[in-house]
Ligand binder design. Sequence first.
Ligand code: PLP
Length: 456
Amino acid sequence: MIDIKTIAERDRSSVLHPFTQLKDFASGKLGDPTIVTGGKGISIRDAEGRTYIDGFAGLYCVNIGYGRTEVAEAIARQAYQLAYYHTYAAHTTEELAKLSHRLVQMAPGNASKVFYGLSGSDANETQAKLVWYYNNLRGQPKKKKIISRERGYHGCSVISGSMTGMSFYHDQMDLPFPGILHTGTPHHYWGAEHGESEEAFSRRRAAELEELIVREGAETVGAFIAEPVLGTGGITPPPSGYWREIQAVLRRYDVLLIADEVICGFGRTGADFGSTLYGMEPDLVTVAKGLTSGYMPLSAAIVGEKVYSVMEGAADRVGAFSHGYTYSGHPIAAAAANAVLDIVEKEQLSNRARVVGAHFQKRLKERFAQLEIAGEVRGVGLLGAIEFVADRHTKRRFDAQLKVGARISKAARERGLIARAMPHGDILGFAPPLVVSEGEIDEIVELAYQATRQVI
Ligand code: PLP
């Protein structure tokens, strides 16, 4: 029998929780920690026996759902056989070779090699180093700046946290790091001028990017990093024409494209990758989350042929590629990823996310259409968001003190639905496991609607 009180006390006295108001937690104002004890399908349960539909798949990661015994068995098999060996100096395991081969086959762009980390943040840190390394090796040592977008999210380590384009991730942390720049976010609802079409808005955003590159000097700009669909910054699909226009600018100035597929990868948008859906041809691709559905920590920086060929070409001159972690390519994580990707393929989860996702988008729009405070209902595949405003016609925002998004999220939770209050604005976000059914989608939308009505 779990002693709930002891667990809560131990936690409160000793865990430094990410993204938590420390004083409110310490004083008990936030209540006790939720002790999560189990999960099955699209739901989790806590120590008090409550169950919640997880409308956010953990943190957009548990795509195959909770409690998949196939993955648990693959993890156990590998742990019994060989729990750990490193991958330095050309060591490998069967599971790692298999995973790498399949990632190179399936990744967008002209993928050549896969480097492994443990989180999206460290994989993006690796991407930055690869951009610097590549440009040093090809004799362009000034071409090092990396441009990301306002409201983009790329993690919270030093470089990935700098790429993240929201100031509250930088404040008091001495970020952004020099040489990481930001350009405008492609959100038509907020950014477009009166009467401006999505295509015209996309051209304007691309022109702004071009101006920034020219202002800084193209010989100093190494890469542009972006999520195909902006995630934590508000779950915002790109406006029409955006990726075509942006890629034309990047090619013109020889700037690499890093596609951060940490959320979009492995089916979330209804395609295998967000890049596939939007016609992106990235030079470097970052994956994590859906790669193992959260069953083990694993990320990858997938390196395209253009970058890799320069690295290999310079090897006689510069020696070994001196970057790697003790746990790069961990065999248990690789076994988990293979078992997860087997499920993704067998159950055609990308296709399922496209079909069930279309139902989700339709239901969300229909249900919230009459609500005056639903300023924009948006999404793609099984990613969705409702942005709440005080006045739909003038787009006047709610007073931040009212914490409308957070209160609706809390009300939803009390009704047994986890839907995330996004950190930027009054936005309720959804990213359910890709195994969700249409009936469960209806339940999620209805619970979110009832929660909204309760608050406003
Ligand atoms: N990139 C994107 C697009 C993400 O959404 C996230 C996390 O949410 C990250 C990177 C960072 O991943 P991690 O939290 O595993 O470091």
